[in-house]
Each structure stands twice: as C-alpha cells, then as structure tokens.
Design a protein around this ligand. Structure first.
Ligand SMILES: NC(=O)c1ccc[n+]([C@@H]2O[C@H](COP(=O)([O-])OP(=O)(O)OC[C@H]3O[C@@H](n4cnc5c(N)ncnc54)[C@H](O)[C@@H]3O)[C@@H](O)[C@H]2O)c1
Length: 290
C-alpha cells in the first residue's frame, strides 16, 4: 500500500520533527495534540528544522535563497495542525508519539481505530512498550506496528519497524516502504522490551547512572569525561535532558521491570521527574536550559 497522506498524534519532543520528516518527503500530514499551544510548539519545531536544512543547502550553493523560500512554504504547507481528529478520515498511516505510558497509548489507539479509515496502518513511536498491547485496543491488530524514530528525528537515519503478535506481513511491508519513502533506513525487529537500539543503549547508559549514583559523582563531570574521551558525542546526562527525563525514566523503569537488576533506574532522575524538571522541554533537568 502506498501512503498518500499521514498523521502524527502528539506534537512534543518527537512529534513535530516526525511530521517535518514526512512533509519534507512530499507527503501531507496532520499533526494532532491536546491543546493548541502544544500543536503550535510542534509546528514551530517543524518550521525551524526545515529552515535550518534549507539554509545548509543555500550555504553550500546547492539551491538559491528563492528556491529555499519556496520549499519552506511547500513543506510547512503540507503540515496541518489540529486539536481534534480533523483530517484523520482519509489518512493511510498514523504515527502515535504520545507519552510512554501504555494506558495513554491504548486510549489513543482506541480513538484512532474510530476516526481513521479501516485500511489505515496505526503505528507507534514507542521506545520500549509492547505493540501487541496497543493493538489490543483496536479492531485491526493486523494493522498495528511499531515505527520507532530516534532523536532528533530529522537527523537520525534509523527506524525500527516492530512486529507485534498479530502484525501482518503486508503491514510490515508497508511500514518498511514508508520508512524508505521518508528517506530513512528501516530495520525489522521483534517487540522484546527496548527492541534493539534502546536495549543496547540504555544498558550502557544504565551503568553510567549506577556508577554516578554509587560513587556520588558529579553528573557534569561524568558528562565531561565521557565527551572529552570521545566515547560519545555528548554526555549521557545532557543527552537525557534533550530526550526528556520523563520519557527516559519510563523506558528505564520498563527495562528494569522486564530484565531486572542489569537495568538501573537513577534515583536522581526519578527525583527530578517528581519535581517536574523534565530537561530541555521544561527548561531544567540535570542542567539549566536557556
Ligand atoms: N524523546 C525521545 O528522545 C524519544 C525518542 C524516540 C522515541 N520516543 C517515544 O516517542 C513517544 C513520545 O515521546 P516524546 O519525547 O515526544 O514525548 P513528549 O512528552 O515530549 O510529547 C508527548 C506529546 O503528546 C501529547 N499528548 C498526550 N496525550 C495525547 C493525546 N491523547 N492526544 C494527542 N496528544 C497527546 C502531549 O501533550 C505532548 O505534547 C514516546 O513513546 C517515547 O518513548 C521518544
């Protein structure tokens, strides 16, 4: 099945950029969140990313300033914001990007089942949760699939296409082709907690969280050493601030529940989430953000 029109639910850290990726590949997309201000945040993010990409092309003299202005209008013109499910009646593919809580995701999948055409594929950007649990909330479990972008979605090439218990081969094929249509590299994986990338990444980062906690180390010093040694481009605590502390905490807790002690849940992160300091998106996490 070819995707002529798509939708994204949740316009937060991931949703705005996912809509941008889809729109810049020439596909119209509806972006939904619960409040207009959240929709606007996603639309602004999509615009800023497009501007930065086009500026790069102008600077390298690949396109002219006039062409960049035209393309900016075309890409942003393909994204329609909504707080209702307006425009979902003729979509072919939906990417859900709401918070990493199974109850929230199941409620959204039940709503999507009502408002989208029967042929539409309902995909989740979940970082760790079981696709089959979301599929249970719908009447089309064969058309539910994982479609996991990485942060920042406009730059990272990989998409994990995750197979739930009842996901059909046709759905997996459409999701794989759609990932290529939006110029990404799909890999297929099973729905084990954390899938492939987060199971590896969080396992490594988990040890850093554990060592920092047990040794009473300063998070900024830890980040500095990791970055300056060339082990990673940015330190794990700063990265967590960018990803969103609540999202990372939910993933870490889910991996701890699933795999036991080898996945550590950082008490410092838990404390910050309890006080509402979620990282860059709220202005403060392990770091202060301007
Ligand atoms: N942050 C990351 O780096 C990252 C990377 C890959 C995947 N993910 C996954 O993507 C998903 C979203 O994460 P995020 O970091 O963008 O979260 P976020 O908290 O930044 O954004 C979630 C958005 O969903 C909205 N929302 C909540 N309930 C909704 C509903 N019923 N209908 C419409 N919108 C609703 C919220 O208002 C918010 O704007 C999660 O499953 C997460 O695990 C996150």
């Amino acid at each position: 099945m070819y995707v002529f029109k798509a939708a994204v639910v949740g316009a937060g850290t991931m949703g705005g950029e996912i809509a941008q990726v889809i729109a810049s590949s020439g596909i119209p997309v509806v972006l939904k969140d619960m409040k207009q201000e959240f929709v606007e945040t996603g639309l602004t993010k999509a615009r800023e990313v497009t501007e930065a990409q086009l500026k790069g092309l102008v600077d390298k003299e690949k396109i002219t300033r006039e062409q960049a202005d035209t393309q900016l209008g075309e890409v942003t013109g393909r994204i329609t914001g909504t707080t209702e499910y307006e425009g979902f009646g003729d979509v072919d593919f939906v990417v859900e990007a709401v918070p990493e809580r199974i109850q929230i995701k199941q409620a959204v999948f039940a709503e999507l089942d009502e408002v989208t055409p029967g042929h539409a594929i309902l995909a989740s950007n979940t970082s760790s949760l079981a696709i089959s649990r979301m599929a249970e909330a719908t009447s089309r479990p064969d058309r539910v699939v994982g479609f996991h972008f990485f942060y920042p979605a406009s730059m990272m090439r990989l998409i994990e296409v995750i197979e739930g218990e009842e996901t059909s081969e046709e759905t997996l094929q459409t999701a794989t082709t759609f990932a290529q249509q939006v110029r990404k590299t799909p890999i297929r994986c099973g729905e084990g907690p954390g899938f492939v990338v987060n199971r590896i990444l969080i396992s490594a980062v988990s040890e850093v969280w554990r060592a920092t906690h047990e040794g009473g180390l300063d998070v900024k010093e830890v980040d500095k050493v990791i970055q300056e040694s060339g082990t990673a481009p940015i330190g794990p605590f700063y990265l967590t601030d960018l990803l969103g502390l609540d999202t990372v905490l939910h993933v870490a807790e889910h991996l701890h529940e699933s795999y036991g002690e080898r996945f550590f849940v950082s008490p410092a992160m838990k404390e910050l989430v309890q006080t509402g300091d979620l990282g860059q998106k709220t202005g403060k996490g392990f770091y202060e953000h301007g």
